[in-house]
Design a protein around this ligand. Structure first.
Ligand code: ADP
Ligand code: ASP
Ligand code: MG
Length: 411
Protein backbone atom coordinates (compact mmCIF):
# COMPACT_ATOMS: atom_id res chain seq x y z
CA UNK A 1 0.00 0.00 0.00
CA UNK A 2 1.36 3.38 -1.00
CA UNK A 3 0.49 7.04 -0.69
CA UNK A 4 0.17 8.41 -4.20
CA UNK A 5 -0.31 11.98 -5.34
CA UNK A 6 -1.82 11.92 -8.82
CA UNK A 7 -2.28 14.93 -11.07
CA UNK A 8 -4.69 14.88 -14.00
CA UNK A 9 -4.21 17.57 -16.67
CA UNK A 10 -6.79 19.52 -18.65
CA UNK A 11 -7.42 17.01 -21.45
CA UNK A 12 -7.73 14.20 -18.91
CA UNK A 13 -10.65 16.03 -17.25
CA UNK A 14 -11.86 17.74 -20.44
CA UNK A 15 -15.46 16.44 -20.38
CA UNK A 16 -17.93 14.81 -18.01
CA UNK A 17 -17.12 11.42 -19.57
CA UNK A 18 -13.45 11.94 -18.92
CA UNK A 19 -14.02 13.06 -15.36
CA UNK A 20 -16.04 9.88 -14.79
CA UNK A 21 -13.23 7.86 -16.37
CA UNK A 22 -10.71 9.49 -14.00
CA UNK A 23 -13.01 8.58 -11.08
CA UNK A 24 -13.01 4.94 -12.28
CA UNK A 25 -9.25 4.97 -12.48
CA UNK A 26 -8.92 6.37 -8.98
CA UNK A 27 -11.29 3.75 -7.60
CA UNK A 28 -9.09 1.10 -9.26
CA UNK A 29 -6.08 2.43 -7.32
CA UNK A 30 -8.11 2.50 -4.10
CA UNK A 31 -9.01 -1.17 -4.63
CA UNK A 32 -5.29 -1.94 -4.78
CA UNK A 33 -5.10 -0.43 -1.29
CA UNK A 34 -3.44 2.90 -2.08
CA UNK A 35 -4.16 6.23 -0.39
CA UNK A 36 -4.78 8.97 -2.92
CA UNK A 37 -4.47 12.72 -3.13
CA UNK A 38 -5.61 13.87 -6.56
CA UNK A 39 -4.73 17.24 -8.08
CA UNK A 40 -6.74 18.39 -11.08
CA UNK A 41 -6.40 21.11 -13.70
CA UNK A 42 -9.23 23.09 -15.22
CA UNK A 43 -11.09 21.36 -18.07
CA UNK A 44 -9.07 21.73 -21.28
CA UNK A 45 -9.36 25.16 -22.86
CA UNK A 46 -10.97 26.69 -19.78
CA UNK A 47 -7.99 28.72 -18.57
CA UNK A 48 -7.57 30.15 -22.08
CA UNK A 49 -11.29 30.89 -22.31
CA UNK A 50 -11.28 32.76 -19.01
CA UNK A 51 -8.16 34.70 -19.99
CA UNK A 52 -9.77 35.74 -23.27
CA UNK A 53 -12.89 36.95 -21.42
CA UNK A 54 -10.81 39.13 -19.13
CA UNK A 55 -8.82 40.51 -22.05
CA UNK A 56 -12.04 41.70 -23.67
CA UNK A 57 -12.22 44.14 -20.77
CA UNK A 58 -8.52 44.79 -20.16
CA UNK A 59 -6.24 43.55 -22.94
CA UNK A 60 -3.26 43.73 -20.58
CA UNK A 61 -4.89 42.28 -17.47
CA UNK A 62 -2.45 40.93 -14.86
CA UNK A 63 -2.40 40.57 -11.12
CA UNK A 64 -4.96 39.90 -8.45
CA UNK A 65 -8.26 39.90 -10.35
CA UNK A 66 -6.88 37.64 -13.06
CA UNK A 67 -6.00 35.10 -10.36
CA UNK A 68 -9.47 35.31 -8.82
CA UNK A 69 -10.88 34.58 -12.25
CA UNK A 70 -8.54 31.82 -13.42
CA UNK A 71 -8.75 29.74 -10.24
CA UNK A 72 -12.45 29.17 -10.87
CA UNK A 73 -11.50 26.73 -13.64
CA UNK A 74 -9.90 24.31 -11.20
CA UNK A 75 -12.68 24.83 -8.66
CA UNK A 76 -15.16 23.42 -11.17
CA UNK A 77 -13.16 20.23 -11.74
CA UNK A 78 -12.52 19.43 -8.08
CA UNK A 79 -16.25 19.58 -7.31
CA UNK A 80 -17.15 17.47 -10.34
CA UNK A 81 -14.51 14.84 -9.66
CA UNK A 82 -15.32 14.56 -5.94
CA UNK A 83 -19.01 14.18 -6.87
CA UNK A 84 -18.20 11.51 -9.48
CA UNK A 85 -16.26 9.57 -6.84
CA UNK A 86 -19.05 9.83 -4.28
CA UNK A 87 -21.65 8.73 -6.83
CA UNK A 88 -19.67 5.52 -7.12
CA UNK A 89 -19.57 5.01 -3.38
CA UNK A 90 -16.03 6.28 -2.86
CA UNK A 91 -15.83 8.84 -0.07
CA UNK A 92 -14.09 11.99 -1.33
CA UNK A 93 -13.63 15.65 -0.48
CA UNK A 94 -12.59 18.61 -2.63
CA UNK A 95 -10.36 21.48 -1.49
CA UNK A 96 -9.32 24.69 -3.20
CA UNK A 97 -5.68 25.68 -2.74
CA UNK A 98 -6.68 28.16 -0.05
CA UNK A 99 -8.71 25.55 1.84
CA UNK A 100 -5.76 23.18 2.06
CA UNK A 101 -3.74 26.19 2.92
CA UNK A 102 -1.23 26.14 0.19
CA UNK A 103 0.54 29.30 1.25
CA UNK A 104 2.37 31.23 -1.49
CA UNK A 105 4.19 34.52 -1.83
CA UNK A 106 2.16 37.44 -3.18
CA UNK A 107 3.54 37.42 -6.75
CA UNK A 108 0.19 37.19 -8.54
CA UNK A 109 0.15 35.11 -11.75
CA UNK A 110 3.49 33.45 -10.91
CA UNK A 111 3.42 32.84 -7.17
CA UNK A 112 5.76 30.42 -5.42
CA UNK A 113 4.61 27.94 -2.81
CA UNK A 114 6.04 28.69 0.63
CA UNK A 115 4.35 26.03 2.75
CA UNK A 116 1.54 23.50 2.78
CA UNK A 117 -0.59 22.56 5.76
CA UNK A 118 -1.01 18.84 5.19
CA UNK A 119 -2.78 18.03 8.47
CA UNK A 120 -6.40 18.08 7.19
CA UNK A 121 -5.39 15.97 4.23
CA UNK A 122 -3.76 13.40 6.51
CA UNK A 123 -6.93 13.20 8.60
CA UNK A 124 -9.09 12.68 5.50
CA UNK A 125 -6.78 9.98 4.21
CA UNK A 126 -6.86 8.24 7.58
CA UNK A 127 -10.65 7.73 7.26
CA UNK A 128 -10.37 6.40 3.70
CA UNK A 129 -11.29 9.54 1.79
CA UNK A 130 -9.85 10.46 -1.57
CA UNK A 131 -8.68 14.08 -1.33
CA UNK A 132 -9.20 16.15 -4.48
CA UNK A 133 -7.18 19.38 -4.63
CA UNK A 134 -7.41 22.24 -7.13
CA UNK A 135 -4.11 22.64 -8.95
CA UNK A 136 -2.37 25.88 -9.94
CA UNK A 137 -3.52 27.93 -6.93
CA UNK A 138 -2.82 29.02 -3.40
CA UNK A 139 -3.29 31.99 -1.09
CA UNK A 140 -0.83 34.57 0.16
CA UNK A 141 -0.44 35.56 3.80
CA UNK A 142 -3.31 38.04 3.54
CA UNK A 143 -5.65 35.46 2.04
CA UNK A 144 -5.49 36.79 -1.52
CA UNK A 145 -5.93 34.07 -4.14
CA UNK A 146 -2.77 33.47 -6.18
CA UNK A 147 -1.85 31.30 -9.18
CA UNK A 148 1.40 29.50 -9.89
CA UNK A 149 1.89 30.28 -13.59
CA UNK A 150 0.63 28.33 -16.62
CA UNK A 151 1.05 24.60 -16.19
CA UNK A 152 1.18 25.16 -12.42
CA UNK A 153 -0.96 22.17 -11.45
CA UNK A 154 2.14 20.01 -11.96
CA UNK A 155 3.82 22.04 -9.24
CA UNK A 156 0.83 21.67 -6.90
CA UNK A 157 1.11 17.89 -7.35
CA UNK A 158 4.82 17.77 -6.63
CA UNK A 159 4.58 20.16 -3.67
CA UNK A 160 1.80 18.09 -2.09
CA UNK A 161 3.81 14.91 -2.67
CA UNK A 162 6.79 16.53 -0.94
CA UNK A 163 4.68 17.81 1.99
CA UNK A 164 2.99 14.44 2.49
CA UNK A 165 6.18 12.45 1.80
CA UNK A 166 4.21 10.49 -0.79
CA UNK A 167 5.69 7.39 -2.35
CA UNK A 168 5.31 8.81 -5.85
CA UNK A 169 3.93 11.83 -7.67
CA UNK A 170 2.23 10.69 -10.86
CA UNK A 171 1.49 13.23 -13.58
CA UNK A 172 -1.26 11.82 -15.79
CA UNK A 173 -1.52 13.56 -19.15
CA UNK A 174 -2.43 13.09 -22.82
CA UNK A 175 0.88 11.43 -23.80
CA UNK A 176 2.24 8.26 -22.21
CA UNK A 177 5.49 9.72 -20.94
CA UNK A 178 8.37 12.04 -21.72
CA UNK A 179 9.57 11.63 -25.30
CA UNK A 180 12.83 12.43 -27.05
CA UNK A 181 10.93 15.44 -28.42
CA UNK A 182 7.31 16.56 -28.65
CA UNK A 183 5.58 13.57 -30.29
CA UNK A 184 3.11 15.98 -31.89
CA UNK A 185 5.93 17.45 -33.96
CA UNK A 186 8.03 14.35 -34.62
CA UNK A 187 5.96 11.19 -35.05
CA UNK A 188 9.11 9.06 -34.64
CA UNK A 189 9.82 10.48 -31.19
CA UNK A 190 10.58 7.75 -28.66
CA UNK A 191 9.30 7.47 -25.12
CA UNK A 192 12.03 7.44 -22.49
CA UNK A 193 11.75 4.95 -19.62
CA UNK A 194 13.84 7.26 -17.43
CA UNK A 195 15.30 10.73 -17.62
CA UNK A 196 17.47 12.55 -15.07
CA UNK A 197 16.13 15.56 -13.15
CA UNK A 198 18.95 17.59 -14.61
CA UNK A 199 17.96 16.80 -18.19
CA UNK A 200 14.24 17.15 -17.52
CA UNK A 201 14.88 20.56 -15.99
CA UNK A 202 16.75 21.67 -19.12
CA UNK A 203 14.03 20.24 -21.39
CA UNK A 204 11.32 22.06 -19.42
CA UNK A 205 13.29 25.33 -19.28
CA UNK A 206 13.93 25.17 -23.01
CA UNK A 207 10.27 24.79 -23.90
CA UNK A 208 9.05 21.18 -23.38
CA UNK A 209 5.76 21.94 -21.69
CA UNK A 210 5.07 18.37 -20.64
CA UNK A 211 6.11 19.40 -17.09
CA UNK A 212 6.20 22.86 -15.55
CA UNK A 213 9.80 23.90 -14.77
CA UNK A 214 9.05 24.58 -11.13
CA UNK A 215 7.56 21.13 -10.68
CA UNK A 216 10.81 19.56 -11.85
CA UNK A 217 12.88 21.93 -9.68
CA UNK A 218 10.77 21.12 -6.65
CA UNK A 219 10.87 17.37 -7.24
CA UNK A 220 14.65 17.45 -7.63
CA UNK A 221 15.14 19.53 -4.51
CA UNK A 222 12.87 17.46 -2.25
CA UNK A 223 13.69 14.13 -3.93
CA UNK A 224 10.09 13.43 -4.90
CA UNK A 225 9.86 10.37 -7.17
CA UNK A 226 8.11 11.79 -10.23
CA UNK A 227 6.50 9.90 -13.10
CA UNK A 228 4.72 11.10 -16.25
CA UNK A 229 2.11 8.73 -17.64
CA UNK A 230 -1.02 8.55 -19.77
CA UNK A 231 -4.47 8.91 -18.31
CA UNK A 232 -5.87 7.04 -21.31
CA UNK A 233 -3.62 3.99 -21.63
CA UNK A 234 -1.94 1.60 -19.22
CA UNK A 235 1.84 1.77 -19.01
CA UNK A 236 4.87 2.58 -16.91
CA UNK A 237 5.37 6.08 -18.35
CA UNK A 238 8.63 7.91 -17.70
CA UNK A 239 10.37 8.08 -14.34
CA UNK A 240 12.27 11.29 -13.61
CA UNK A 241 15.12 10.27 -11.37
CA UNK A 242 18.57 11.11 -10.10
CA UNK A 243 19.31 7.44 -9.90
CA UNK A 244 20.20 6.16 -13.37
CA UNK A 245 21.63 2.74 -12.54
CA UNK A 246 24.80 1.43 -14.16
CA UNK A 247 23.11 -0.55 -16.88
CA UNK A 248 21.30 2.57 -18.04
CA UNK A 249 24.49 4.59 -18.07
CA UNK A 250 26.12 2.28 -20.56
CA UNK A 251 23.13 2.61 -22.87
CA UNK A 252 22.65 6.31 -22.25
CA UNK A 253 22.64 8.22 -25.52
CA UNK A 254 24.75 11.39 -25.80
CA UNK A 255 21.63 13.43 -26.54
CA UNK A 256 18.49 12.60 -24.55
CA UNK A 257 16.09 14.99 -26.16
CA UNK A 258 15.29 18.00 -28.28
CA UNK A 259 13.30 20.90 -26.89
CA UNK A 260 11.96 23.93 -28.72
CA UNK A 261 10.31 27.18 -27.80
CA UNK A 262 7.99 29.10 -30.08
CA UNK A 263 7.52 31.98 -27.64
CA UNK A 264 10.70 33.80 -28.54
CA UNK A 265 11.45 37.19 -30.04
CA UNK A 266 14.77 38.82 -30.85
CA UNK A 267 15.85 42.45 -30.46
CA UNK A 268 18.97 44.10 -31.84
CA UNK A 269 20.60 47.46 -31.32
CA UNK A 270 23.29 48.36 -33.85
CA UNK A 271 26.16 50.79 -33.59
CA UNK A 272 26.21 51.39 -29.84
CA UNK A 273 29.38 52.86 -28.27
CA UNK A 274 31.69 49.98 -27.31
CA UNK A 275 32.34 51.24 -23.77
CA UNK A 276 32.07 49.75 -20.27
CA UNK A 277 28.52 49.83 -18.93
CA UNK A 278 26.76 49.83 -22.27
CA UNK A 279 25.19 46.38 -21.75
CA UNK A 280 23.73 47.66 -18.50
CA UNK A 281 22.41 50.79 -20.20
CA UNK A 282 20.64 48.61 -22.76
CA UNK A 283 19.31 45.85 -20.48
CA UNK A 284 18.64 47.95 -17.35
CA UNK A 285 15.46 49.58 -18.73
CA UNK A 286 14.31 46.18 -20.07
CA UNK A 287 14.62 44.57 -16.67
CA UNK A 288 13.01 47.62 -14.99
CA UNK A 289 9.95 46.85 -17.13
CA UNK A 290 9.94 43.35 -15.63
CA UNK A 291 10.90 41.75 -18.92
CA UNK A 292 13.04 38.65 -18.69
CA UNK A 293 15.96 38.39 -21.08
CA UNK A 294 17.00 34.96 -22.28
CA UNK A 295 19.94 34.80 -24.72
CA UNK A 296 22.40 37.69 -25.04
CA UNK A 297 24.95 38.25 -27.77
CA UNK A 298 27.43 41.09 -28.20
CA UNK A 299 29.60 41.36 -31.27
CA UNK A 300 33.31 42.13 -31.10
CA UNK A 301 33.47 45.89 -31.46
CA UNK A 302 34.89 47.65 -34.50
CA UNK A 303 35.45 51.41 -34.98
CA UNK A 304 34.50 52.03 -31.36
CA UNK A 305 30.97 50.70 -31.77
CA UNK A 306 29.34 47.31 -31.42
CA UNK A 307 26.02 45.49 -31.99
CA UNK A 308 24.01 43.90 -29.21
CA UNK A 309 21.27 41.27 -29.60
CA UNK A 310 19.04 39.56 -27.04
CA UNK A 311 15.86 37.51 -26.87
CA UNK A 312 12.69 37.94 -24.79
CA UNK A 313 9.30 36.21 -24.50
CA UNK A 314 7.20 36.98 -27.56
CA UNK A 315 4.49 38.56 -25.39
CA UNK A 316 7.02 41.18 -24.28
CA UNK A 317 8.23 41.98 -27.79
CA UNK A 318 6.28 45.18 -28.46
CA UNK A 319 7.12 46.71 -25.09
CA UNK A 320 10.79 45.69 -25.34
CA UNK A 321 11.11 47.16 -28.84
CA UNK A 322 9.70 50.52 -27.72
CA UNK A 323 12.12 50.62 -24.79
CA UNK A 324 15.04 49.71 -27.04
CA UNK A 325 14.15 52.45 -29.53
CA UNK A 326 14.28 54.96 -26.69
CA UNK A 327 17.62 53.61 -25.53
CA UNK A 328 18.93 53.80 -29.10
CA UNK A 329 18.22 57.50 -29.35
CA UNK A 330 19.65 58.15 -25.87
CA UNK A 331 22.88 56.30 -26.70
CA UNK A 332 23.12 57.71 -30.21
CA UNK A 333 23.01 54.17 -31.61
CA UNK A 334 22.50 53.58 -35.32
CA UNK A 335 19.29 51.54 -35.08
CA UNK A 336 17.05 49.35 -32.90
CA UNK A 337 15.19 46.55 -34.63
CA UNK A 338 13.63 43.19 -33.90
CA UNK A 339 12.12 39.98 -35.17
CA UNK A 340 9.25 38.17 -33.47
CA UNK A 341 9.17 35.28 -35.93
CA UNK A 342 12.01 33.32 -34.43
CA UNK A 343 12.17 30.13 -32.36
CA UNK A 344 14.74 28.39 -30.23
CA UNK A 345 15.72 24.75 -30.77
CA UNK A 346 17.88 23.00 -28.18
CA UNK A 347 19.53 19.62 -27.85
CA UNK A 348 19.90 18.30 -24.28
CA UNK A 349 21.94 15.48 -22.80
CA UNK A 350 24.24 14.77 -19.86
CA UNK A 351 26.31 12.70 -22.30
CA UNK A 352 27.58 15.96 -23.84
CA UNK A 353 29.93 16.32 -20.89
CA UNK A 354 32.00 13.38 -22.05
CA UNK A 355 31.62 13.71 -25.81
CA UNK A 356 33.26 16.29 -28.03
CA UNK A 357 31.99 17.45 -31.40
CA UNK A 358 28.28 17.58 -30.56
CA UNK A 359 27.97 21.26 -31.45
CA UNK A 360 29.65 20.86 -34.83
CA UNK A 361 27.43 17.87 -35.58
CA UNK A 362 24.35 19.94 -34.72
CA UNK A 363 25.49 22.81 -36.95
CA UNK A 364 26.29 20.42 -39.80
CA UNK A 365 22.82 18.85 -39.63
CA UNK A 366 21.14 22.28 -39.74
CA UNK A 367 23.42 23.50 -42.54
CA UNK A 368 22.55 20.45 -44.63
CA UNK A 369 18.90 21.55 -44.45
CA UNK A 370 19.81 25.12 -45.40
CA UNK A 371 18.78 26.45 -41.97
CA UNK A 372 20.56 29.61 -40.92
CA UNK A 373 21.38 30.03 -37.21
CA UNK A 374 20.72 33.52 -35.89
CA UNK A 375 22.11 32.97 -32.38
CA UNK A 376 23.85 30.13 -30.55
CA UNK A 377 24.27 29.47 -26.85
CA UNK A 378 25.74 26.52 -25.01
CA UNK A 379 26.00 25.22 -21.48
CA UNK A 380 27.35 22.01 -20.02
CA UNK A 381 24.45 19.79 -21.07
CA UNK A 382 22.66 21.76 -23.79
CA UNK A 383 23.17 23.63 -27.06
CA UNK A 384 20.52 26.09 -28.21
CA UNK A 385 20.14 27.84 -31.54
CA UNK A 386 17.74 30.54 -32.63
CA UNK A 387 16.35 30.09 -36.14
CA UNK A 388 13.53 31.53 -38.20
CA UNK A 389 10.12 30.23 -37.16
CA UNK A 390 9.46 28.60 -40.54
CA UNK A 391 12.35 26.19 -39.93
CA UNK A 392 11.09 24.86 -36.59
CA UNK A 393 9.60 21.52 -37.71
CA UNK A 394 12.29 20.87 -40.29
CA UNK A 395 15.08 21.63 -37.82
CA UNK A 396 13.68 19.51 -35.00
CA UNK A 397 13.04 16.55 -37.33
CA UNK A 398 16.47 16.78 -38.92
CA UNK A 399 18.19 16.86 -35.52
CA UNK A 400 16.06 14.00 -34.20
CA UNK A 401 17.06 11.93 -37.18
CA UNK A 402 20.69 13.09 -37.28
CA UNK A 403 21.29 12.20 -33.63
CA UNK A 404 19.55 8.81 -34.07
CA UNK A 405 16.93 9.44 -31.42
CA UNK A 406 14.13 7.48 -33.08
CA UNK A 407 13.78 3.72 -33.06
CA UNK A 408 13.27 1.11 -30.37
CA UNK A 409 13.50 1.65 -26.67
CA UNK A 410 17.18 1.62 -25.80
CA UNK A 411 16.94 1.64 -22.06
P1 ADP B 1 -1.68 18.64 -19.32
O1 ADP B 1 -2.86 19.41 -19.77
O2 ADP B 1 -1.99 17.21 -19.00
O3 ADP B 1 -0.90 19.32 -18.24
P2 ADP B 1 0.24 19.56 -21.28
O4 ADP B 1 -0.35 19.98 -22.58
O5 ADP B 1 0.64 20.61 -20.31
O6 ADP B 1 -0.74 18.51 -20.62
O7 ADP B 1 1.52 18.62 -21.54
C1 ADP B 1 1.44 17.50 -22.38
C2 ADP B 1 1.92 17.87 -23.79
O8 ADP B 1 3.32 18.17 -23.75
C3 ADP B 1 1.83 16.76 -24.80
O9 ADP B 1 0.56 16.71 -25.38
C4 ADP B 1 2.93 17.09 -25.79
O10 ADP B 1 2.44 17.67 -26.98
C5 ADP B 1 3.78 18.12 -25.08
N1 ADP B 1 5.22 17.82 -25.09
C6 ADP B 1 6.21 18.69 -25.39
N2 ADP B 1 7.40 18.12 -25.33
C7 ADP B 1 7.20 16.84 -24.96
C8 ADP B 1 8.07 15.72 -24.71
N3 ADP B 1 9.40 15.83 -24.84
N4 ADP B 1 7.52 14.55 -24.35
C9 ADP B 1 6.18 14.44 -24.20
N5 ADP B 1 5.30 15.44 -24.43
C10 ADP B 1 5.80 16.64 -24.81
N1 ASP C 1 -5.18 25.35 -15.78
C1 ASP C 1 -3.85 25.92 -15.70
C2 ASP C 1 -3.29 26.12 -17.10
O1 ASP C 1 -3.95 25.83 -18.08
C3 ASP C 1 -2.94 25.11 -14.85
C4 ASP C 1 -2.60 23.73 -15.37
O2 ASP C 1 -3.35 23.17 -16.16
O3 ASP C 1 -1.57 23.18 -14.96
O4 ASP C 1 -2.18 26.60 -17.23
MG1 MG D 1 0.56 20.87 -18.26
Amino acid sequence: MALLVQKYGGTSVGSIERIKAVADKIIGYRKQGHDLVVVVSAMSGETNRLTALAREIDPEIRGRELDVLLTTGEQVTIALLATALKMQGQDAISYTGGQVRILTDDAHNKARIKSIDAENIRQDLAVGRVVVVAGFQGVDEKGNITTLGRGGSDTTGVALAAALKADECQIFTDVDGVYTTDPRVVAEARRLDKITFEEMLEMASLGSKVLQIRAVEFAGKYEVPLRVLSSFEEGEGTLITSDMNEGDDVEQAVISGIAFNRDEAQLTINGVPDTPGVAFQILGPISDANIEVDMILQNIGADGTTDFTFTVHRNDYDTALKILQNTASELGAREASGNNKIVKISIVGVGMRSHAGIASKMFEILAREGINMIMISTSEIKISVVVEEKYLELGVRALHDGFDLEGDENE
